[in-house]
Structure formats: C-alpha cells, structure tokens
Design a protein around this ligand. Structure first.
Ligand code: ADP
Length: 272
C-alpha cells in the first residue's frame, strides 16, 4: 500500500480541527505516559473525543496503563480502527504493530518514518477533538519526524523536580521550538509525597526528588522561546497512580479526588 505515493496526514491538512498535543520528556521514567493517559481521560470527561497515539518505540506502555492487554486494532478493508479504551478513548500503539509482545521495535530512519505516517494516515480516528502523542523520551527520530509531519502540533514537556531531569527536559522543549511547534507548558511530576506524620499528626510534603525542576524548565523555555511557557501543574507522587498504572486503571478514573488526579484534571482545563 502507498508505494511511493506520499500519504496525506489528515491532522496536517488545512482546516483540520483536531488539536494534536505531543507529550515529551527529556528522559524515561518521569511519568510521561502516565500523564498522557490521565490527561486523555480528563479531556474525555470534559466531553471531548480523544485519541492516543503511543509513539514511544522504546517504552510503548500506553496499552498496559489502560489495561488493554494484547488488544490489536481491527482492520476493515484498508482502514485500521483504533482500539477502544476506558472513557471512550481511542488508542493505537506502535507496540500493536509488533508480531508478538516480547519482540522489540527496532525501526530507524525511513522505516520508522513510514510506520509513523501509516499510524497517522491509515488509522480511522473519526472526528477527534484531541490526539495525544506519547513521544519516546529525549530528542530522537520520532519526535523530529512527528514534529515535521504535523507542524501544528503542540507540545507538553514533562519533567521531575530534580535539576538533572530538568536540563534534559529543557532540550526536549528547545527541539519542539526548532520544529516550530508551540510549547504549551511544563508538567512537573512526582513533585512531592504527602504523608501523615506519625509524630505530630500533621500532613507533610516530602520532596522525594528535590524541588524546582518544573519552574526551572518553564523559565528556561520562556527565555529561549520568547513567549510564556508556564509551569501548568505539579503532580504529586501517589501510590494509587502507581498501582493504577500496574492495573491498567488510571487514577483520574479511580481516584479523581486525589491531589495527583486533581492536578491532571486541572491540567486538562488549562490545556483545553
Ligand atoms: P515515562 O512514560 O516517562 O517513562 P511512566 O508514565 O511509564 O514514565 O511512569 C514510570 C513509573 O512511574 C510507572 O510505574 C508509573 O506508574 C510511575 N509514576 C508516574 N508518575 C507517578 C506519580 N505521580 N506517582 C506515583 N507513581 C508514578
């Protein structure tokens, strides 16, 4: 299919109404995918139609975070139908293109590019209000390819509070800027852990991973990009978020009253 013909990506066509938001991070393990699924669900709860394209070729953890197991897209004629998930989300993961779960995705260059084009052009997403792209960590081929394919896509940068993480996160934001994508703002994840002190009976915030990373990245990007790149929200460490990730039940669905869920619901309101 397609042959040498350049495939048209609907999201890049003039007049397309879907907002494409890429979720980026400087390094892995900062909670980029957790933020993506919970943000998607929070937007869906506002009544929006939301798709997720898991383009993290190394991690592709979105199906697990949503409890989709080994679900595969349905193919009807030459259309690929995304997998339906909780809250009406529509999901496609690069992992779903693998013949089996234990194989790795080892694409580079032109093959990677063609696979991404197929996921954007041949998947029948229907009318989406939002398409969230879960990028691989760092500033690699996928981020660049997607940024070029959909220059109108916007970018959220996820970081943890420590300064080592914030430096690499800043690079991810700078890369988006080079690709002429608008950086919407910064999400700081695992900002603190709230615990009840056994001694004084008060709630304390323990800063497990230091402090200030989100503010640092937002400030540095604002300076470099010469427009306001705000720190949009701070998501505390939450065991329910961790457990929900393992179980495939996002915290925005199971514990919307938790501060971590509330922070992402607030993010959805700010982004919308
Ligand atoms: P990334 O996509 O950046 O690699 P993930 O979203 O996969 O990161 O998160 C890495 C691990 O950290 C997962 O086990 C996830 O459940 C956990 N995690 C992410 N954010 C939080 C949080 N705020 N509180 C507790 N655990 C979290």
């Amino acid at each position: 299919r397609g042959g040498q013909v350049e495939r048209k990506i609907p999201f890049a066509e003039p007049g397309n109404l879907t907002r494409v938001i890429a979720v980026a991070s400087g390094k892995g393990g900062v909670g980029k995918s957790s933020v993506t699924v919970n943000l998607a669900l929070a937007l869906a709860k506002q009544g929006r139609s939301v798709g997720i394209l898991d383009a993290d070729i190394y991690g592709h953890s979105i199906p697990d975070l949503l409890g989709l197991g080994d679900a595969r897209p349905t193919v009807v004629d030459d259309m690929i139908l995304p997998v339906p998930a909780i809250g009406g989300l529509k999901v496609i993961s690069v992992g779903m293109l693998k013949p089996s779960r234990d194989q790795v995705v080892a694409w580079r260059g032109p093959i990677l590019d063609r696979a991404l084009t197929q996921l954007l052009a041949d998947v029948y997403w229907g009318d989406l209000d939002y398409l969230l792209l879960d990028l691989p960590p760092g500033t690699g081929d996928v981020a660049m390819s997607l940024g070029q394919k959909i220059p109108t896509s916007e970018v959220l940068v996820v970081t943890t509070p420590q300064s080592a993480a914030s430096e690499v996160a800043e690079r991810a934001g700078t890369m988006a800027h080079i690709l002429e994508q608008r950086v919407l703002g910064v999400v700081e994840n695992m900002s603190w852990l709230e615990t009840l002190c056994p001694h004084c009976g008060q709630t304390h915030r323990i800063e497990l991973f230091g402090a200030g990373g989100g503010t640092l990245v937002a400030g540095a990007l604002t300076e470099r990009l010469v427009y306001d790149v705000p720190l949009l929200t701070q998501v505390p460490f939450d065991e329910a978020l961790l457990a929900g990730g393992d179980r495939g039940t996002p915290i925005v669905e199971t514990h919307p009253d938790h501060p971590a869920a509330a922070a992402i619901i607030e993010l959805a309101a700010r982004v919308a």
